[in-house]
Design a protein around this ligand. Structure first.
Ligand SMILES: Nc1ncnc2c1ncn2[C@@H]1O[C@H](COP(=O)(O)OP(=O)(O)OP(=O)(O)O)[C@@H](O)[C@H]1O
Ligand SMILES: [Mg+2]
Length: 882
């Protein structure tokens, strides 16, 4: 639609002038390349960067080996036949000639170009020669008499129609003299016979033309495929085809006077050729894919790291390790070492892969440059993963975020690859981004990484350059990139040196490769620091957040020890004490607590989980916290173990203050958390060893302890099976065994027996009873039976407060409704027994009397009488029947 014809005509006319020595640009620059404005280095000016990671070395990425258009029932022409090498598109092409017919010409000014070649030609196929002679005559070209020798140049014979003996010979010529043919026609084997009227098959031929000119912008604003571009009364290539068809009809009509002919045509793009000296084609795949493969491999590190760290937090595994005595610094150091080792490996393997795939960039550059680029990139991405991990709460979110970042990078990679230097250009052109903006962008590691690789590639990739003397493209092999090259990067005010300016004193400092490497290094430091800082300030669900300014707090650095803590140490054998512990969730507002306004707030605002808890447990004692769901037991334990910062109050464990000596507290602490914090991959035995190592125990004797602990919880049979497959009760038993293994003086067990069958619960009870000597055990439960069986001291919690406290007996006598005594006797003796009980335990109420079964309820008043009742029962002679 519209009037594209005008535009096309104009540009073609312009092209005509250019051929005559006019002003056609020496190089055909694809539009995207034009965006890079000017090449950074003059010697490489004709080259085009392939992808960001690697040069593909191919000057054009246009793939066109499929037939463009097929008419009739052609058999596919010569597609996939020979000429498979990849390289530049032919410079010659058919175009709308000045007489409204088709012409031909080279895109390179002054370059020679043969009008039309065809095959086969020679005595056996005279009819084909005849057809082509007609075409030539109409265009005013001359025909080369005999089939042409493919090794001979046709320079100076531009307006010729040249036949080759075979299709292969013609292709050989086209390969030897690439870009020198306007149009090539291949007739089918049966075409000659059909032309002579000897065979009733369609006359089939394939016309090869250069269809790429449109994409080079030669067709002006239409930018269209020349095949379809309307230019006056028809399209270009179709016009050429029509000339041949008419010639065929003329020849066939002349031969047998039948009139008409069945013609089948395939129009096809010139297959690309490969200039001599270039590498074999199959490398093209490696070159195109390798950047993406390397990208994916580098990103894998990032994705895994992010998901792993977030998962570790979500599963409270870090918390578990902290309980086990792992220092925060050791945790971070381990990750740094782990990812340093991985990154060294990744960098080395990437370099090796590059060498194996024989990529210029890897072959021609200093190992250290490549190594540092990949190593620092991998490290920077891991640090970024850590930073993100500190602010991402859930594994699911981490999955989504890492996928989004992966895809973003992937698309960026594609733009780099396809965009042909577009993004790299941003770095060398000061008018696009300011230096500050470029620096800011390099905070995102992939940008800095891309910059390093772009620089290296710029120097090392082999490329095509038009050689005016040879009137052809030649391959300029890539240079080498030494370590010193990373300090290059300044351009002066020189037309040929990159960036020109009206200011004669202009110099522009292109960011140096060293800067980008430096940025990667800074990225590592900055992100690692941020990760650590954010983890301190936002420790997640259960943690002790530091104030944002904690770095400036001398107490954080261990100066200014508080006196109270030291005083606590002197308190002798009090091993565990909670001092008015309170916890308000959903807002740290201690002033509300003080003024008692908390109750007046709506339920969406702060919630007080623990309210002024006071307890103290001594060595050799099991202190039981008994309470309903949501009573605040876990919250209390978390505050005592240092996992949660209390809103007010403090706890002392073995003389250390939880509020500011949490590391010392944890040295004495063994914890069994309510929800198992176990690594699915590790077996109970491995868990035990890891925890013992965290504690710094003597590993030579640890196996005995492990064996003993596992025997107590009856897990020896599965000690080497991964915990991930265990049942809930089994995992629980692993957690209990883990908490006792370290031999710590204070044990905090949060509902240790939940989910266990009665038998195993007994075993665990025995274990807990067994370890209480010399230790303090703090245990929570909602089972009264358990509290009764284990607790030396029991505190009953309700709604965050301790509502009752004492020994089992005290509690029962104070709050209990008494005991039920059940006696079974032969029915005949019932009355005698009744009389005796009334005597021994006056006031006891008979609740049930049926068939010799008597149930009495003994209230607090009768409590002291129960022993005498038992004594009487025991004194009765013989069997119960007696
Ligand atoms: N992170 C939190 N944010 C807000 N509220 C919380 C948080 N953790 C606990 N709570 C609330 O504090 C109260 C006490 O919880 P806690 O886990 O201490 O109870 P519990 O006694 O251990 O109960 P259970 O027997 O079910 O384990 C509950 O009402 C709970 O909803
Ligand atoms: Mg709990």
């Amino acid at each position: 639609p519209g009037s594209p014809g005008n535009a096309s005509r104009t540009t073609v006319a312009g092209f005509e002038r250019a051929r005559a020595g006019g002003d056609l640009p020496a190089r055909i620059t694809p539009p995207l390349s034009a965006l890079t404005r000017r090449r950074a280095r003059p010697a490489r000016a004709a080259g085009r960067r392939g992808s960001i990671l690697m040069s593909t070395s191919s000057a054009s990425d246009v793939e066109a080996t499929e037939p463009i258009m097929t008419m009739g029932d052609a058999d596919g022409g010569v597609a996939g036949d020979t000429l498979t090498a990849k390289g530049r598109i032919s410079d010659c092409f058919v175009f709308d000639g000045s007489q409204g017919r088709f012409g031909y010409g080279s895109a390179i000014p002054g370059a020679w170009c043969t009008a039309l070649t065809y095959a086969p030609s020679g005595p056996g196929v005279a009819a084909i020669d005849e057809v082509m002679a007609v075409v030539a005559a109409r265009r005013g070209w001359s025909v080369k008499a005999a089939p042409h020798d493919p090794t001979e140049s046709l320079e100076g014979e531009d307006d010729k129609v040249v036949g080759f003996e075979t299709k292969d010979a013609m292709f050989e010529y086209m390969r030897t003299f690439p870009g020198r043919v306007g149009m090539a026609v291949v007739f089918n084997a049966t075409a000659a016979a059909a032309l002579r009227g000897e065979a009733e098959v369609p006359i089939t031929y394939t016309a090869l033309v250069n269809l790429t000119v449109g994409s080079f912008g030669f067709m002006g604003s239409t930018g269209s495929d020349p095949l379809l571009a309307e230019t006056g009364s028809g399209s270009l290539a179709l016009r050429a085809q029509r000339a041949i068809d008419e010639a065929i009809v003329a020849v066939r009509t002349g031969n047998d006077a039948v009139g008409g002919a069945s013609i089948s045509v395939t129009l096809q793009q010139f297959e690309e050729y490969q200039p001599p000296g270039l590498r074999a084609d199959e490398q093209g795949i490696a070159r195109t894919l390798l950047p993406l493969v390397l990208y994916v491999s580098m990103m894998l590190n990032f994705v895994l790291c992010l998901v792993q760290v977030v998962g570790e937090r979500e599963g409270h595994l870090l918390e578990a390790m902290r309980y086990a005595g792992l220092f925060e610094s050791a945790y971070w150091a381990t990750y740094v070492c782990h990812y340093t080792a991985l990154s060294v490996l990744a960098a080395f393997l990437s370099w090796l892969t590059g060498l194996i795939c024989d990529i210029d960039m890897f072959n021609n550059s200093d190992f250290l440059v490549i190594f540092f680029a990949f190593f620092l990139y991998s490290m920077a991405m891991a640090s970024l993963a850590f930073t993100l991990a500190s602010i991402i709460p859930r594994r699911k979110v981490a999955n989504i975020v890492s996928f989004a970042i992966f895809m973003f990078g992937f698309i960026l990679q594609l733009v780099y690859t396809i965009g042909d230097g577009f993004l790299q250009g941003l770095f060398v052109d000061p008018t696009v981004f300011s230096q500050d903006a470029i620096n800011a962008m390099q905070l995102y590691p992939p940008v800095a990484f891309a910059k390093v690789l772009a620089d290296v590639m710029e120097e090392t990739a082999s490329r095509y350059e038009y050689n005016v003397e040879l009137q052809n493209y030649e391959v300029i092999p890539g240079g080498t990139y030494a370590w010193e090259n990373i300090y290059n990067g300044t351009y002066s005010n020189d037309e040929n040196e990159g960036i020109a300016s009206d200011d004669p004193d202009f110099t522009y400092s292109t960011p140096r490769t060293a800067d980008a490497l430096g940025w990667l290094f800074w990225d590592c430091l900055i992100f690692t620091f941020m990760a650590w800082y954010l983890a301190q300030v936002f420790p997640g669900d259960s943690g002790r957040p530091q104030a944002p300014w904690f770095l400036f707090d001398p107490r954080y650095w261990g100066f200014m020890r508080s006196r109270a803590a030291d005083a606590a140490v002197e308190e002798g054998d009090v091993q565990l004490r909670a001092d008015k512990l309170s916890k308000i969730f959903g807002g740290m507002r201690p002033e509300l607590l003080a003024t008692g306004q908390l109750q007046e707030l709506s339920c969406t605002t702060p919630f007080q989980a623990v309210n002024g808890l006071e307890l103290s447990a001594r060595t050799g004692q099991i202190f039981c916290l008994l309470g309903h769901n949501g009573a605040g037991k876990t919250t209390a334990i978390k505050m005592i173990t240092g996992a949660l910062l209390p809103t007010s109050g403090d706890a002392f464990v073995a003389g250390a203050r939880v509020s500011d000596q949490v590391d010392r507290v944890r040295q004495h602490l063994g914890v069994c958390p309510q929800h198992d914090q176990l690594w699915n991959e590790l077996s109970p035995y491995e868990h035990m060893r890891v925890f013992a190592k965290f504690r710094g125990l003597d590993m030579s004797h640890i196996d005995d302890n492990i064996h003993e602990a596992l025997a107590c919880v009856k897990l020896q049979a599965v000690r080497d099976k991964p915990v991930g497959k265990f049942s809930g009760g089994m995992k629980r038993r692993v957690s209990v065994a883990l908490s006792v293994i370290s031999g710590s003086r204070v044990l905090c067990l949060d509902e240790p027996t939940t989910g266990m069958d009665p038998l195993n619960r007994r075993h665990v009870w025995d274990l807990i009873q067994g370890v209480k000597r010399g230790r303090v055990v703090l245990l929570t439960t909602h089972s009264m039976e358990e509290a009764d069986a284990l607790g030396d001291e029991i505190a009953i919690m309700g709604k965050g407060r301790v509502v009752a406290q004492g020994t089992s007996m005290e509690l029962k006598s104070k709050y209990g409704s008494g005991y039920r005594v059940s006696l079974v006797t032969p029915q005949a003796h019932t009355d005698a027994v009744k009389a005796r009980v009334a005597e021994l335990m006056p006031g006891a109420k008979l609740e049930d009397d049926s068939a010799g079964s008597l149930v009495y309820s003994a209230g607090p008043a009768q409590l002291h009488l129960i022993p005498s009742l038992f004594e009487w029962v025991e004194s009765l002679p013989g069997t119960p029947d007696a």
